[in-house]
Design a protein around this ligand. Structure first.
Ligand code: CTP
Ligand code: MG
Length: 387
């Protein structure tokens, strides 16, 4: 195997300040180290992977590497790091076999770096005539040189870039550079250049930022969440209810009175919209259904208004640590027409649910029981999240 990636993960994460080595801090439920290794093991070309870990966490590191590497686990090594990044990189380089010609050095702390960035750097080194390559992004802020708190000058930012990892080099030249370098350089390109090597830039990626502070960790969490589409623990529920018309009852639909319209039959006030919302909320929490929870014949609920059930479902969700995020409900039937009172119905339901409720309506083109005007149906979805 002629390609290798050294992932340095031996830092203590002092500035993050969570009391755990940074590589072992979770980002949206998955360790920084596991996330950092995912793109490395997704590379199509066979690649040796060396992880440099805190000496006290070698076993834990082996476990993470094995779980992410899968079948590629045979081509991995875990070694203890040193007192600073410089020493940790040297420890990683030291165990690479001589068959390796190109090495990429990567910060585990840049755990959302896309696989394409590794490929870009490998490809550049392959055709780079012995140069080193670093991913870089233009500096977007105006940059000032200061003397204490006095601005001395504005630096021309057109000639400045911020550099990331992985940084790629011909292995033999990088080893030589490290063997003659002091500890002053803060990245591998600095060590390489100090020894006389040429370093060029390739395009970086905003997602390859380094997690340094708690703010960076929050940023990483929100990027992961926006990629997966849903925050952890979000659940969806579904509810359907149908009631027959009953001319003798007042018409209550979606917590509103519809004077002059036929009412709906039922042990309670027959508000199919409120009941569908209640069932959607209960099912989102895995809490059963309205009949099993409130009792279809319990005298306590004789003639009960729909809000009693919706409020009850919201209370039960809270008792298991869940809160509604949003609800949708579709009213299916010929009458009453809800279009003109949609906003009012949404507001009435949202006030009880405690989250936005979207109401829509449809007829069934004369088909089925609702099409024949025998009753009204409603179908609802509810999204809930942990409190
Ligand atoms: N690193 C390392 N060995 C060290 C110091 C740092 O392997 N002795 C690694 C870190 O694990 C990280 C990368 O180098 O992936 C960049 O370092 P940095 O962001 O400074 O991480 P920490 O040193 O862990 O953080 P801090 O400086 O806040 O303590
Ligand atoms: Mg550090």
């Amino acid at each position: 195997m002629d390609r290798a990636v050294v992932v340095v993960a031996a830092g203590s994460g002092t500035r993050l300040g969570v009391g755990t080595a940074k590589a072992f801090v979770p980002v949206a439920g998955r360790l920084v180290l596991a996330r950092a290794l995912e793109p490395v093991f997704a590379l199509p070309e066979p690649t040796l992977v060396v992880v440099v870990a805190p000496a006290s966490l070698l076993d834990a590191c082996h476990e993470v590497v094995a779980s992410v590497a899968g079948a590629a686990a045979a081509y991995t090594a875990v070694v203890p790091g040193g007192a600073d990044r410089h020493a940790s990189v040297e420890a990683g380089l030291a165990v690479l076999p001589d068959s390796v010609t190109t090495v990429l050095v990567h910060d585990a702390a840049r755990c959302l770096t896309p696989a394409a960035q590794f490929t870009r750097v490998f490809d550049a080194v392959a055709t780079g005539d012995g140069a080193g390559f670093v991913p870089a992004l233009p500096v977007t802020d105006t940059v000032k040189r200061v003397d204490g708190d006095v601005v001395a000058e504005t630096v021309d930012r057109s000639a400045l870039v911020g550099v990331q990892t992985p940084q790629g080099f011909p292995l033999a030249a990088l080893r030589t550079a490290y063997s003659v370098s002091g500890q002053a350089e803060t990245d591998d390109a600095g060590v390489f250049a100090a020894a006389g090597g040429t370093v060029r830039v390739v395009p970086g990626d905003a997602d390859a930022f380094k997690i340094t502070t708690p703010w960076d960790l929050g940023r990483a969490e929100s990027i992961v969440r926006s990629r997966t589409g849903a925050p952890d623990g979000v659940r969806i529920g579904l509810g359907l209810d149908v009631h027959a018309f009953d001319d003798a009852s007042p018409c209550r639909v979606g917590l509103l009175d519809f004077p002059g319209e036929a009412g709906l039959s039922g042990h309670s006030d027959g508000d199919a919209v409120a009941h569908a919302v209640c069932d959607a909320l209960l099912s989102a929490g895995g809490l059963g259904d309205i009949g099993g929870t409130f009792g279809t014949s319990d005298p306590a609920y004789a003639g009960a208004a729909g809000d009693v059930f919706v409020r009850g479902a919201v209370g039960m969700l809270a008792s298991v640590g869940l809160v509604p995020v949003s609800v949708t409900v579709q009213v299916v039937g010929n009458r009453p027409r809800i279009g003109a009172r949609r906003a009012e119905m949404q507001d009435a339901l949202a006030a009880v649910v405690g989250a936005p409720v979207a109401v829509s309506g449809t007829t069934t083109d004369g088909l089925g029981s609702t099409g024949r005007g025998e009753g009204l149906a409603a179908i609802a979805t509810a999204l809930v999240r942990p409190l």
